[in-house]
Design a protein around this ligand. Structure first.
Ligand code: KIV
Length: 273
């Protein structure tokens, strides 16, 4: 058993040490206390309250309409359940892009009201000043480069980034800028596996990949994708470890049938006078 399995509380420094010692980091998204508790008990080192909540929980097409108050609400639910895992929350669209001061104020709310232990924000070199402002105030930051979903309309869809020489140099430069600005980890999303491997070798901070191949320091998946709960679409990089959507629909169907046939509730489910 790895020595990290015995650590009772994961911190940002544990994660740095994991990279140094070649121990892979398992991160999962979570949006509520029930699933956060299960992921925490299963040993995930990081729980990400992703703004993907806008898609898998609220049913939006993308992450752009998620608000800061919604992120605080979901972060509170996850933080209440997480005992061991390190809780990171996404800064939603327009909560950090206007000025570094506003970004810091909003990051502060996610920590103070939501009880996040770190915030994640999208963007590379252009976000360096903002990252540095937040870190200097004492809030750990996770960067996010490559396919940054809040820029979906710039990319013209959720498309793989960093293909070709110029584009790949830009993603590498973004990752380095994020590290230089003080982020303690960076998510690499939707980039070629070879580029993610190069960035992982170059950076001293842990890289967490999603759609970025197997050579990152850690991996993250959207929980609903992994559990087979989200049938919007299944990207190539997703592995479904369960079919909870199918099982839930079957259970709901059985309940509906039993109610209609008056097979539920029976005496066993009823109070006697
Ligand atoms: O919002 C999210 O779930 C994310 C992951 C895809 C990294 O940012």
């Amino acid at each position: 058993m790895s020595k990290f399995a015995e650590i009772s509380k994961i911190t940002s420094t544990t994660l740095t040490q994991m990279k140094r010692e070649g121990e892979r980091i398992a991160m999962l998204t979570a949006y509520d206390s029930c699933f956060a508790r299960l992921a925490d008990q299963a040993g995930a080192e990081m729980l990400l309250v992703g703004d993907s909540v806008g898609m898998v929980f609220s049913g939006h097409e993308n992450t752009l309409s998620v608000t800061l108050d919604q992120m605080i609400y979901h972060t509170q639910a996850v933080a209440r359940a997480a005992r061991r895992a390190f809780v990171v929350t996404d800064m939603p669209f327009m909560s950090y892009q206007v000025t570094p001061e506003e970004a810091l104020r909003n990051a502060g709310r996610l920590v103070q009201e939501g009880r996040a232990e770190a915030v994640k924000l999208e963007g590379g070199a252009s976000m360096a000043t903002t990252i540095s402002r937040i870190v200097t105030a004492g809030i750990p930051v996770v960067g996010h480069v490559g396919l940054t979903p809040q820029s979906v309309h710039i990319f013209g869809g959720f498309k793989v980034q960093g293909k070709g020489e110029m584009a790949s140099r830009r993603v590498l430069a973004d990752a380095l800028a994020v590290q230089e600005a003080g982020a303690f980890a960076v998510v690499l999303e939707g980039i070629p596996a070879t580029l993610a491997a190069e960035i992982t070798r170059t950076l001293t901070i842990p890289t967490i990949g999603i759609g970025a191949g197997g050579d990152c320091d850690g991996q993250v998946l959207v929980m609903h994708d992994l559990l087979g709960l989200f049938d919007g679409f299944t990207p190539k990089f997703v592995k479904q470890y369960a079919q909870l959507g199918r099982d839930a629909e079957a259970a709901f169907g059985a309940y509906v049938r039993e109610v209609k046939q008056q097979d539920f509730p029976t005496l066993a489910h009823s109070f006697q006078g």
